[in-house]
Design a protein. Structure first.
Length: 247
């Protein structure tokens, strides 16, 4: 019934967040954390290369992994347009089996919150197993302070003179027991006043308490765990960046 990270959502993401687009200052913040990394970096949930491509431009050795074939195809297109090549892998983050180990693994902004909560231990262990000794994990989690049940937002984005994407986001509900919010996202490809294609996504975000996430990291073997809110600019922000190391 639902399509997650399909053709139209990928098109809209690329349209609204092309490579180099910063979300809340994430690109500059992550670059400050990574600029002295000499080895390989893995971006989990690389998407269309929004973060990867500016990091390649700055000389970082970064690879990417994503579950969505559509996102990876757009990433390849964006890399070619910028004249770059990079290793991209299609795979499930709960069961990575990559040949390389990494000096750092990153997952900026809210991507980690898209992962199903029952799989979080498998994801964190998978990351741990792909880190070099003293390698660093840097991930963002987000608290749903902005969620308003039943709120409907409608936006329209032009792709050219005749076509565009009509995007409707309906905030479905908040499940306090499961610690998740859910939305119904509707993407409609409009051409000359008619709808040519429709894609509907059940968009779910999970959240974690700070102490809870710290304990999850400890359980998976990480050490030197710390966190910072709002990319160091706002101690009361809903976005929290966690840092952890493999010893």
């Amino acid at each position: 019934m639902f399509v997650e990270h399909g053709e139209l959502s990928t098109k809209l993401y690329h349209l609204t967040k092309p490579p180099g687009t910063s979300v809340g200052g994430d690109i500059d913040y992550y670059y400050r954390q990574l600029k002295n990394v000499k080895g390989k970096i893995l971006e989990a949930g690389v998407g269309t290369g929004r973060v990867m491509i500016p990091f390649l431009k700055k000389g970082l050795h970064i690879e990417g992994v994503d579950l969505s074939k559509e996102m990876l195809q757009q990433c390849k297109t964006n890399l070619a347009k910028e004249g770059f090549k990079a290793n991209l892998f299609q795979g499930d983050l709960t069961a990575l089996n990559l040949a390389n180990k990494y000096e750092a693994i990153i997952m900026p902004t809210g991507s980690f919150c898209l992962l199903h909560k029952v799989k979080v231990n498998e994801v964190l262990r998978s990351f741990y197993n792909h880190l070099e000794t003293n390698g660093k994990l840097i991930v963002d989690i987000e608290l749903p302070s902005w969620f308003i049940p039943n709120q409907v937002a409608v936006k329209h984005y032009m792709t050219d003179e005749k076509t565009g994407i009509l995007f409707t986001s309906t905030a479905k509900d908040m499940d306090w027991h499961s610690q998740k919010t859910s939305y119904i996202h509707r993407y409609e490809l409009v051409d000359s006043g008619g709808i040519k294609k429709t894609e509907i996504s059940h968009f779910v975000l999970y959240w974690y308490g700070i102490d809870e996430f710290t304990l999850l990291l400890e359980k998976c073997g990480y050490s030197e765990i710390k966190y910072e809110a709002g990319y160091g600019k706002d101690s009361g922000a809903s976005l929290i960046t966690f840092f952890a190391e493999r010893r």
